[in-house]
Ligand binder design. Sequence first.
Ligand code: AMP
Ligand code: MG
Length: 412
Amino acid sequence: MISVEEALKLILDTTPLLGMEKVDIITALGRVIGENIYSPSDIPPFDNSAMDGYAVKSEDTKGASKNHPAVLTVIEDLPAGYVAKGKIKKGEAIRIMTGAPLPQGADSVVMVEETEASGDKVKIFNEAETNQHIRKAGEDVKKGELVIPQGTVLRPAAIGMLASLKRSFVSVYQRPLVSILCTGDELVDVDGELKAGQIVSSNSYTLASQVNECGGILLLLGIARDRKDELEQKFREGLRADVIISSAGVSVGDYDLVKGVLQDLGMEMKFWKVAMRPGQPLAFGTIGGKPTFGLPGNPVSSMVSFEQFVRPYLLKMQGHTRIFRPVIEAIWQEEFVKKTERKYLVRCMVSKKEGMYIASSTGEQGSGILKSMVLANGLAIFPEEKEVIRAGEKVKVQLLDREAEQQEVAEY
Ligand code: AMP
Ligand code: MG
């Protein structure tokens, strides 16, 4: 039996990086970019007005005031999207809209609120400073600048920036194809008829959702009976994926055949048992170089093992560097008694109270109690050597879901 930390190291030391693919920038949201993006031009590409108003020569407004306005001749009307036909000469102005290119001869923009128009004349009530209300070419991005470095996770702002840089397609790391096989004679798919002794294969659905959440592409292999030939055949089908995941049959029961089948298929077993609860049995190794995770069958063990080991693996493959859930410190709310020698990952609800996080158990912690996982937004981490965690103690909590921190009411 090895520690969670050792298991994680063994797994992540062997994680390969997937190749790149070119995708359109809408599809690229949330993906990791595989190239450095330099700007081919200045953004904005030209000096332009930051206001609706008048483009002027600042020297023409010297001494202007409410009582003694400067009076200029308006020679043109310039909306955004067009270039001025004329050039401003002494005593002239061009009416200009936000985003329109600064006309030649102008060095300043006066906002419309500080003016009064009548006929082809405009009164300017304030002195204009040189360069006021002008957005300079390149003030956002300079030509040649590294704007989005390789390895960046693409968020909406980056997608918009790529569009500004005229990049409709970019290279991102590929998504892994992940096969999922649930094993057990007792299992029936969700719409199947449940005979005596049978249960629905809920793991098929939690695991598929977890893979989806990490950006994997699903290769669903369905359910295999606890029979060597059937398991072997299904696993062989799964080998065309980048990552193979199975659930159940990996413990020490009479019908736990998964480990043996994986070994028959040539699996190089890296480890089998991890000192954690839930989720002790977990076979990890490679078959012909393909990473294979034999997860435990109990619904919460399967989910929590996926969280700890498969999720970081899938994220790392896709070029992510922040591959772990955030861990916060919270005040534990009630006494919890545990056995030593195993790390406990306790399903809990974290909330904020007077600027502090507090956490309490979401109920029964048996590895088959999925309900307490449904209610949980975190896993409290109780170290191996601890026997009792007392109310009021500070504990570390892995946040599974930031949804719980979203607010019902806007706050500024
Ligand atoms: P096993 O590791 O095969 O002994 O399974 C451990 C427990 O997990 C048993 O109670 C199984 O019935 C249950 N189990 C196994 N596979 C699934 C599954 N796909 N969905 C829900 N429960 C499962
Ligand atoms: Mg079984």
